[in-house]
Design a protein around this ligand. Sequence first.
Ligand SMILES: CC(C)(COP(=O)(O)OP(=O)(O)OC[C@H]1O[C@@H](n2cnc3c(N)ncnc32)[C@H](O)[C@@H]1OP(=O)(O)O)[C@@H](O)C(=O)NCCC(=O)NCCSC(=O)CCCCCCCCCCCCCCC(=O)O
Ligand SMILES: Cc1cc2nc3c(=O)[nH]c(=O)nc-3n(C[C@H](O)[C@H](O)[C@H](O)COP(=O)(O)OP(=O)(O)OC[C@H]3O[C@@H](n4cnc5c(N)ncnc54)[C@H](O)[C@@H]3O)c2cc1C
Length: 706
Amino acid sequence: MAPTLNVKQATGNQSSWNTLLPDFPKGPLSKYRKKASFNWKEMAMFLDGEDIIRLKNRIFSALESDPFFARHPGEELSREKYQELTFLRCKRLFEYDFLTQQEIMENPLKILNLVICIGMYDWSPCLQFFLHCGVFGGTILSASKRFANFVKKIYNMEIFGCFALTELSHGTNTKGIRTTATFDHNTQEFIINSPDFEAAKFWVGNMGKHATHAIVYAQLYTPDGQCQGLHSFIVQIRDTKTLLPMPGVMVGDIGKKIGQNGLDNGFAMFHNVRIPKENILNITGDVSPEGKYSSSFTDVKERFSAALGSLSTGRILITAVSATNLKLALSIAIRFSATRRQFGPTDEEEIPVIEYQTQQWRLLPYLAAAYALDYFSKSLFENFVEFYAGLLTKQKSQRQADLGREIHALSAASKPLSSWTAQQAAQECREACGGHGYLAMNRLGEIRNDNDPNCTYEGDNNVLLQQTSNYLMSWMNCIRNKVPFESPLGTINFLQDYHHIIGWKFKANSVDDCMDSSAPLAAYKWLVCYLLRESDLKLRKEKQSGHSDFEAKNNCQVYFCRSLAIAFVEQTVLQRYHDYTHDPNIPSTLQPVLKNLCALYGLWSLSKHLAVLYQGGYVSGEQAGRFIQNAILELCSRLKDDAVALVDVFAPPDFILNSPIGKASGELYKNMWAEILQGNKALSRPSWWAEFCINKPVTGRLSSRL
Ligand SMILES: CC(C)(COP(=O)(O)OP(=O)(O)OC[C@H]1O[C@@H](n2cnc3c(N)ncnc32)[C@H](O)[C@@H]1OP(=O)(O)O)[C@@H](O)C(=O)NCCC(=O)NCCSC(=O)CCCCCCCCCCCCCCC(=O)O
Ligand SMILES: Cc1cc2nc3c(=O)[nH]c(=O)nc-3n(C[C@H](O)[C@H](O)[C@H](O)COP(=O)(O)OP(=O)(O)OC[C@H]3O[C@@H](n4cnc5c(N)ncnc54)[C@H](O)[C@@H]3O)c2cc1C
């Protein structure tokens, strides 16, 4: 299915652009804004549409006018104060209730935009709110109608929720979870137990200080002593009136993290905690009053997949969340680079650092990635909406099952791709802003540290990639035996031409031949087929040499299955963005720059696989590699004058971006200076001044004790 999020969008007229998207203040960035090949307002209207822009404006201006969201330059909050403020902000989000059910039903993309807008302000209140309403609430909402009472309490904050899967000693390996839920048919209750402290629930967002209820994943035991596998249960962990722990629950905060410190991540241990029978989230199985287990899944593996199905939602959202961090970091670094002047052709003239080829090559491919990944995350979200509708209506068709598998395979690789790209970009942007990038007020450190766990939570990136390569390898039998196959979203359909594609060669004879994304796209199709063949051969060889399935699979990851999963998802992102940017209905005023972005994203991503392209014989000779490199540089240079306008399209208002060097005026030094002087202690003498002025050290006094 082609994503619907595309060229249907109307751009409106000039007067609607100006009403919704005010002009930026004139200043040092005006020069680059004038040079742009397109109108940034037309692009914003085209990409988002009027309705979404209105929503974004509504959210941003509500936050900007609300004292609870005020920014305080120079203020350093303690962790406890930051947690308190985060909770107060989260409560305000309830009060704003930005979206009605009706609006979400009419356009589900609005919920994604809501996450993005609040996250652009600060990820801590955003995650707190959505872990409760979305992850906790959404899981319960989709489980069964019998939780209607809970649902009401969730959305009026009578209770506060968290999602507790991970334990101290097991995270990615969900089969290793050891918390137990034993059914007692005499009392019609489940008894929740943590066998020891290593099985304590750990890392759980909202659990540290304030969640009253948790979705707890546990091994379900029926009275016959049988373990029925991983299931989830609603467990009350704190009293709703006092926030004190419930009997049998030991719950606390895990301590300071590298980022996201407004959020209270916690631990919990359970000692014979009794919960009513009805609190099992009967998504994959249930227990009768007599204690007999039943499940609509006869296959244990299918049941396990379904039990973890809700994790795909988070992975799709993290793909979008990471793309958002990419946009934030680039907004700051590109505006800085267009105003920061260093060196020049003559002693009299210094030039903006964006004019340097190196600076362009370091930043502009990430700008292209931001556009491609943003489009991909939204299109995958739309695919997910279709799948979710099937879940809610209890669809049991083969298509629904295949769609679930395909979305799992895609999200298990798009989360790694997007989170790693944002992580590397945040560091590159930090360095691209030189010393000023390291000043906390400019926000690049916060963006980098808050993005970091996207690489880990909802499944470690490296382990998740194995899910995608497993999915791809599962088509190898069909490929070998030339049995026709296709998937609901069509992402693997090109593999039907495997035998043909594997014989392809790089066709470009000049840099010009590489300037369209069709060149890297063809190379990617070959790369995926080649890595699939090599991974399959390697796996078979490993098994033939006597290794167990477990060992064989582990020995096939580096350079084989891992590269396969990455190449596949990059190819899929590029294919979707290529189709989008080449649609004949794209306004002719926007198409050239969009095509340049797509080509740059494709070539830059592909260039990281050059060694394998040579190794496998797709490209040969010195020229081929040089064409690709020169095309990347040419595209960077073509996009250089569009770069400021391209970030204007997605940069949030200054208040939200919260970075003096990233402000829309481009008054780099004035903005920094103002922020520094607003810090209430910038000019004051230190409280410990006397330690220098009065209490002098007696030089050498301690040396005799050594
Ligand atoms: C995937 C695993 C690593 C698998 O491990 P195994 O090796 O043990 O299993 P197998 O490979 O054998 O798998 C068996 C079988 O199952 C299939 N499978 C697995 N998962 C899925 C799935 N999700 N969907 C479909 N199918 C699945 C698999 O393909 C196999 O099938 P085949 O044999 O046919 O191939 C697994 O163990 C795993 O998932 N590990 C990771 C654990 C994890 O993710 N933990 C998360 C804990 S919670 C957390 O971290 C939260 C953090 C905070 C998150 C912030 C989110 C930001 C955004 C929030 C905004 C939300 C807004 C919501 C909006 C709204 O609705 O309002
Ligand atoms: C900020 C934050 C918030 C979180 N919030 C929540 C929450 O709300 N609820 C919740 O339940 N959990 C939460 N988590 C936990 C998170 O989901 C886990 O940390 C994550 O699933 C990874 O598991 P792990 O930490 O056990 O890593 P491990 O699985 O122990 O991984 C450690 C290392 O070993 C490697 N490794 C492991 N297995 C393999 C393998 N088979 N092959 C190759 N390499 C392997 C990994 O690549 C990784 O580098 C949160 C984590 C963080 C950081």
